[in-house]
Design a protein around this ligand. Structure first.
Ligand SMILES: [Zn+2]
Length: 141
C-alpha cells in the first residue's frame, strides 16, 4: 500500500441521509451548495451537468441519475430528494431576461420531480426544488 498522502479522519460508522441532493457541477455554486447542504443531516448528493436537467430531459442521463437516487435510498434511506437548477447554466442556452430564465427552470424542475414520482419505487419520495442565481437560492417546489 502507498503511504498516506495526508492524514484525515473520516467517520467510519453507518449513516442515514436526510436527503438526496442533485446539483449542477458548476463551481460558481459550490459554496452555495456547501451552505445549503449544512441544513441537512448527512446528505447524499451528486453533481451532474445541468443539475435537474438530466431528469427533465430523459434518456440515459435520467436513468443514471434515477439509479443514483435508488442506490442512495437503498443504502442511506433518505425520504426527500432536493433538485437544483441555476442561472447562467452552461447546459442551457441564453435567456431573454431573468424572469424567463426563472420560469423556464421552474418548469424544468417540475418535469424533473415528475420523472422521479413516476417511478413506482420512488413515488413515495418527498421532493423539493430550488433555483440558484448569483444572489441566492429560491424554492420552486
Ligand atoms: Zn449548470
Amino acid at each position: 500500500m502507498e503511504p498516506v498522502l495526508f492524514k484525515f479522519e473520516s467517520p467510519a460508522e453507518y449513516y442515514e441521509a436526510e436527503v438526496f441532493v442533485l446539483w449542477c457541477f458548476d463551481w460558481r455554486f459550490d459554496r452555495l451548495l456547501d451552505k445549503f447542504k449544512a441544513r441537512f443531516r448527512q446528505p447524499d448528493y451528486i453533481k451532474w451537468a445541468g443539475g435537474a436537467k438530466a431528469l427533465a430531459d430523459g434518456g440515459a442521463d435520467r436513468e443514471a441519475v434515477l439509479n443514483q437516487i435508488r442506490l442512495s435510498v437503498r443504502l442511506h434511506r433518505p425520504r426527500k430528494v432536493v433538485l437544483m437548477a441555476h442561472a447562467d447554466c452552461g447546459a442551457y442556452g441564453e435567456f431573454k431576461n431573468p424572469d424567463d430564465e426563472f420560469a423556464h427552470h421552474s418548469a424544468e424542475l417540475e418535469r424533473a420531480a415528475e420523472a422521479i414520482l413516476r417511478e413506482p419505487d420512488l413515488a413515495h419520495m418527498e421532493i423539493e426544488s430550488y433555483f440558484a442565481d448569483f444572489s441566492g437560492l429560491r424554492r420552486t417546489r
